[in-house]
Design a protein around this ligand. Structure first.
Ligand code: ZN
Ligand code: FE
Length: 256
């Protein structure tokens, strides 16, 4: 029984801001507001009042609207305690394993560092919805700006352990190029081939490929499969341990 309404707002070149509203109590959060104006416009159109900003990490394309939104609405800004100095306007500092209440709906906070140190994901178990910023993308993962391959692999394994039905709301629409890269490693994976065809159709129609289903990511996203002998054989990475295989897949993507 889902009580969270989710609106997806495309901003900048390829960012997504999400508006979440708890329909019982009217609490409303903007996840990673890059900019304030498109969020305020969407709130006015929907007749929603913003009560929270949920930040996944400090990058400007995820926090750029924080201060203006706080000034306009008085919302509470939530971010990782460890990154409090880099989250503009932070009011509520949270840690791994903590909870955030949005009206009657609760999100579990997961530390999924690697893209940055102090990156979190918000998992709404009752809604089967995961907001994971730039850690996990559909068919990809974030670049390692601050963390090591071992840290990012550990973070991705935490996300991989969530239920198959989880919908993955990530920070960017990168799926089409991620699919092209994934096919260079794993050209005969039927789940990947199906997803790549679906993605192409969606993009040709100007439609988002996000959210994706975690079950499909587990089967087709190479960055979740660095310990899968099938992928390692296809990508000629046999014999590497998972962290080394993950690091090599990430390195190949960085130069793709
Ligand atoms: Zn980022
Ligand atoms: Fe980003």
């Amino acid at each position: 029984m889902t009580s969270l309404r989710i609106e997806q707002i495309p901003v900048l070149r390829d960012n997504y801001v999400y508006l979440l509203r708890d329909e019982q109590e009217g609490a409303c959060a903007a996840v990673d507001p890059s900019l304030a104006t498109p969020v305020l416009t969407a709130l006015a159109r929907l007749g929603w009042r913003l009560t929270h900003v949920l930040n996944t990490h400090h990058h400007h394309d995820h926090t750029g609207g924080n201060l203006e939104l706080k000034q306009a609405t008085g919302c509470t800004i939530v971010g990782h305690r460890r990154d409090a100095a880099r989250i503009p306007g932070i009011d509520l500092a949270v840690d791994d394993g903590g909870e955030v209440a949005l009206g009657g709906v609760r999100a579990q906070v997961m530390d999924v560092s690697g893209h940055t140190l102090g990156h979190i994901a918000y998992w709404f178990a009752s809604e089967q919805a995961l907001f994971c910023g730039d850690t996990l993308f559909s068919l990809g993962c974030g670049r390692l700006f601050e963390g090591t391959p071992a840290l990012m692999w550990a973070s991705l394994k935490k996300l991989r352990a969530l239920p198959n039905e989880t919908r993955v709301y990530c920070g960017h629409e990168y799926t089409e190029s991620n699919a092209r890269f994934a096919l260079t490693l794993d050209a005969h994976n039927p789940v990947l081939l199906r997803r790549a065809a679906e993605v192409q159709g969606l993009r040709e129609g100007g439609l988002p490929t996000v959210p994706s289903l975690l079950a499909s990511e587990k089967a087709a996203n190479p960055f979740l499969r660095a310990d899968d002998p099938g992928l390692l054989a296809a990508a000629r990475l046999d014999g590497l341990d998972p962290v080394a295989a993950f690091a090599e897949i990430r390195r190949r993507k960085d130069v793709f």
